[in-house]
Write a protein that binds this ligand. Structure first.
Ligand code: HEC
Length: 136
């Protein structure tokens, strides 16, 4: 008895296998550009043009919430995939619109990469300030 998949033609099988990761949904996705300095620079530029008017320069918050501390900080509860989804789909009934139509997936990941790098910098700066306090 032949296994069922042997009856599938190779091109069809390839199509199925290639479609699987796409069907997986954004929830389990990881940032393909994580830690990439060049991507972070592109993300900074994109952030300046698309997000800064509400989230302030460098994600510090303003009309919109800050995006680099707490749950968004290093090791925080909010994953890269969650951030990607929020940017792509927006938040219904808030000023946060979806950017899935105007930014490519790569551009959204670049913005995520920038904000993650920014959160690391903010954390490091806080640690530096704490170290500067004389402990006597
Ligand atoms: C017109 C103003 C506006 C613009 C432009 C905007 N946002 Fe927002 N954003 C908001 C507001 C307001 C919220 C809070 C929505 C809510 O109440 O949940 C938000 C929420 C978010 C959140 C979720 C924050 C959280 O803690 O839940 C992320 C992530 C985010 N924005 C990223 C971005 C990025 C990245 C861009 C640019 C591509 C962008 N936003 C552009 C107003 C804006």
């Amino acid at each position: 008895m032949k296994p069922a998949c042997r009856r599938l033609s190779p091109p069809l099988l390839a199509l199925l296998l290639c479609a699987l990761p796409l069907a997986g949904g954004a929830q389990e996705r990881t940032n393909p550009l994580a830690g990439d300095a060049q991507a972070a620079r592109s993300g900074e530029d994109l952030f300046g043009r698309n997000c800064q008017q509400c989230h302030n320069s460098r994600g510090k918050g303003g009309k919109g919430p800050q995006l680099i501390r707490g749950a968004w900080g290093p090791g925080g509860a909010n994953s890269d995939a969650f951030m990607f989804q929020t940017i792509a789909n927006g938040r219904p009934n808030t000023q946060m619109g979806g950017f899935g139509g105007s930014l490519s997936e790569t551009e959204i990941w670049q913005i995520v990469t920038f904000l993650r790098a920014e959160s690391q910098r903010a954390k490091a700066a806080e640690r530096q300030r704490a170290d500067d306090v004389p402990n006597w």
